[in-house]
Design a protein around this ligand. Structure first.
Ligand code: NAD
Length: 296
């Protein structure tokens, strides 16, 4: 049994901390929200009064926070001053690569090992312990962190040095954003050309246009497997979070000098969708925007 400090018990972190407690670990959990702390207690974690308290005497610290500024401040102001030098730090938030590298390099200056370990898979996967982790950091730190990450996910892959986990995450989500829009375009056009959407699905899912956004996450209700489209685009992966990831991707592309015309188009279209009131709806609702339908 290891002592684990967990900071950020929101939609994702709540289930992840619960799975660490279920795995038999002593989880000291902190969040700014009282409701989140109460849920963590019910799930077998010990709620504590600050991130610093969660980090005190911890062998591992796991964080699941909204964005780069939260990660920078929580580590600088709370965790670095409290955590033992032997601890391994694992940040699972999706943040900008520059923040991930800055925080891990500040950790390194204090002799602490750190991994950036963002996830793919939504709230259901966080609760079920079936997330995919893409991990940046040294091979030695990865080896130490893998058993802990494996309690929260079914796939754990070492992507390279610090920041590489975040790089893999935003490249993947840029691909997802663009492929969802392309899939929606194809369904919308197929219908305008008089094709039955189920028939088009049957053909394209067995042809060269086949992709995950079509076969596992079909944006049309009643076609393919059950998806958020069948629940009026409630739940799933919020447009606002997709837009956040696309903005991170555009920032990284500019820094790296990468040409990303499809990713840039996806970012613009998801911004239009968010401005039209779709921010809280599943990102596949973009098919309504393409069809000129009202979003909410
Ligand atoms: P969330 O907003 O539900 O949870 C974030 C939690 O962090 C909140 O409970 C908040 O109170 C807490 N928090 C903020 N500042 C804090 C501080 N200073 N100290 C302690 N707690 C603090 O967000 P989420 O959906 O759980 O997402 C967390 C991260 O996971 C984000 O980076 C997101 O991009 C990423 N992610 C989310 C999903 C998803 O489907 N929701 C999927 C993959 C990755």
């Amino acid at each position: 049994m290891a002592r684990i400090g967990f900071v950020g018990l929101g939609n994702m972190g709540g289930g992840m901390a619960a799975n660490l407690a279920k795995g038999g670990h002593d989880v000291r959990a902190f969040d700014l929200s009282e409701a989140a702390l109460a849920r963590a207690k019910e799930a077998g974690c010990l709620p504590v009064g600050s991130a610093a308290e969660a980090a005190t005497d911890a062998e591992f610290v796991v964080s699941m926070l909204p964005a780069g500024q939260h990660v920078r401040s929580v580590y600088a102001e709370q965790i670095f001053g409290a955590v033992p030098g032997s601890a391994l730090l694992l940040d699972c938030s999706t943040i900008d690569i520059a923040s991930a590298r800055a925080v891990s390099s500040a950790a390194g200056e204090k002799g602490l090992a750190m991994l950036d370990a963002p996830v793919s898979g939504g709230i259901a996967a966080a609760n079920a312990g079936t997330l995919t982790f893409m991990v940046g950091g040294s091979a030695e730190a990865f080896k130490r962190g893998e058993p802990i990450l494996s309690l929260m996910g079914k796939t754990v892959i070492h992507a390279g040095g610090n920041g590489s986990g975040q790089a893999a995450k935003i490249c993947n989500n840029m691909l997802l954003g663009a492929s969802m829009i392309a899939t929606c375009e194809a369904f919308a056009m197929a219908q305008k050309l008089g094709l039955d959407p189920q028939t088009f699905f049957d053909i394209s899912s067995k042809s060269s246009g086949q992709n995950w956004s079509m076969t596992s996450y079909c944006p049309l209700p009643g076609v393919g497997p059950e998806t958020p489209a069948d629940r009026d685009y409630q739940g799933g992966f919020a447009t606002g979070l997709m837009l956040k990831d696309l903005k991170l991707a555009m920032q990284a592309a500019a820094d790296a000098g990468a040409a990303v015309p499809m990713g840039a188009a996806a970012e613009s279209l998801y911004q239009v969708l968010a401005n039209a009131g779709g921010g809280a709806l599943d990102f596949s609702v973009i098919i309504k925007l393409l069809n000129g339908e009202s979003i909410s």
